[in-house]
Ligand binder design. Structure first.
Ligand code: DGL
Length: 277
């Protein structure tokens, strides 16, 4: 049965910081009538260098904060939190549906290059867990997967150094082991396994050349969210304008400045509610 009260609730989106705004942007494009409630844990970013125990604790606190405010579905827009804590969040929040970014990205890569070789660029914590390798091989046992931690690329994106020789030099340093002798990539796909890396897409393209496909999980995650809303009959039915609320655990001014680059629209510090989770 459709409960109009649940249908009116926002979709909750959570990330360690501003990077998840790339996923929020894709959700707004895919689901333009839905209310969205975004929480960036800017007080504790980055998660990528932290232990699984800390990442799980942070993710549970953030999810709980959004659940208490009232949401109808939770998107974990952070690859690191998805890799470490998706199972635990799904268990703890059930029956609330929880969608992570990792499986949709893996699924897109496998669909585009079956039995292919894939290079995953991600944070240290995501790579340490081999979460992408497992997700890809569960879908395609003959796929070959390599994973490369790229911590400095998170900082580059946060700093806004995107089309910059410094960005190209750092991206080149991380990708060098994976470039073939003719400077083309050895892998068929390069998976952007971190929220921040879509901003460095042009730099990554300059370094790897034109051959490899670059896979970004934002739009495939938005499609997975749409499917889940339909399966659970949770789509918003009202035609009034949707609401976007932005929450952060620290630094609204920085959130606004960096968030503008990720969302590609104007964001002011006054639009951001500071929360203690
Ligand atoms: N959001 C993280 C991810 O997608 C990147 C930033 C961090 O390390 O917290 O993996």
């Amino acid at each position: 049965m459709i409960d109009p009260a649940s249908n009116e609730l926002p979709i909750g989106v959570f990330d360690s910081g501003v990077g998840g705004l790339t996923v929020l942007k894709a959700l707004r494009q895919q689901l333009p009538h839905e209310h969205l409630l975004y929480l960036g844990d800017t007080a504790r970013v980055p998660y990528g260098t932290k232990s699984p125990a800390s990442i799980t604790r942070y993710a549970l606190q953030a999810a709980d904060h959004l659940r208490k405010r009232g949401i109808k579905l939770l998107v974990i827009a952070c690859n690191t939190a998805t890799a470490v804590a998706l199972d635990e969040l799904q268990k703890k929040l059930a029956p609330l549906p929880v969608v992570g970014v990792l499986e949709p990205g893996a699924r897109a890569a496998v669909a585009l290059r079956p039995a292919g070789s894939h290079l995953v660029l991600a944070t240290e914590a995501t790579v340490r867990l081999g979460a992408y390798s497992r997700a890809i091989n569960a879908l395609d046992a003959s796929a070959v997967v390599a994973e490369q931690p790229c911590e400095l690329m998170v900082a580059l994106a946060e700093e806004g150094w995107l089309n910059d020789p410094v960005a190209d030099a750092i991206v080149h340093r991380y990708l060098e082991p994976w470039l073939g002798e003719t400077a083309g990539p050895k892998a068929c796909t390069v998976i952007l396994g971190c929220t921040h890396f879509p901003l460095l897409r042009e730099s990554i393209r300059r370094v790897i050349g034109d051959d490899a496909l670059i896979i970004d999980s934002a739009s495939t995650t938005a499609q997975a969210v749409e499917r889940t809303l339909d399966e659970r009959k949770l789509r918003r039915l009202s035609a009034t304008a949707p609401r976007l609320q932005l929450l952060a655990t620290d630094g609204p001014s920085r959130f606004a400045r960096v968030g503008r680059m990720f969302l590609e629209e104007d964001v002011s510090a006054d639009d951001i509610e500071l929360v203690d989770i």
